[in-house]
Design a protein around this ligand. Structure first.
Ligand SMILES: [Zn+2]
Ligand SMILES: [Zn+2]
Length: 154
């Protein structure tokens, strides 16, 4: 049981790394055509960017299914992937973008920092030159602002 929880938790942490890299190199790279909707003014509740969430859900489901077939730890990896997706929806869609009818507010310093960092991510409209690609880790605002200025100058 303890090992399973460790796998679950480890997956959650690892997913932030995977998420950051995917956001930087896939979503702002060849996958920009799907992510682009998210960097434009909101048109409705759903955007093509949500397909990434769907893909995450499919990966999680696949892993859990493999786990049930006998590759035991994989269902906990799948659980971690699914858990990351849920946390992402709460933090990113709910807290950062307030896509919901009732809007939760960032209550502590950590969440405020994440929120501001994500606002800076959206400060650049196009594909290139954005900063702060993570969702649960963000460099200090000072660092991000410096990066942003340097990129604007470039
Ligand atoms: Zn982005
Ligand atoms: Zn966003």
């Amino acid at each position: 049981m303890l090992l399973n929880l460790a796998v679950l938790f480890g997956t959650l942490v690892a997913m932030e790394g995977v998420g950051t890299l995917a956001h930087k190199y896939i979503m702002h790279g060849w996958g920009w055509w799907l992510h682009r909707s998210h960097h434009e003014p909101q048109l409705g509740m759903l955007e093509t960017n949500d397909l990434y969430l769907l893909a995450l859900g499919l990966v999680a489901t696949g892993l859990v299914a493999l786990g049930k077939l006998g590759y035991a730890p994989l269902q906990w990896v799948g659980g971690g992937v699914a858990g990351y997706g849920v946390l992402y929806v709460i933090a990113h869609d709910g807290l950062f973008h307030r896509h919901w009818p009732r809007t939760p507010r960032p209550v502590n310093r950590y969440l405020k920092r994440l929120h501001r960092a994500h606002c800076l991510h959206h400060a650049i409209k196009g594909r290139q030159g954005s900063v702060s690609f993570g969702f649960f880790y963000a460099p200090s605002l000072k660092t991000l602002k410096r990066q942003l200025q340097a990129r604007r100058r470039a």
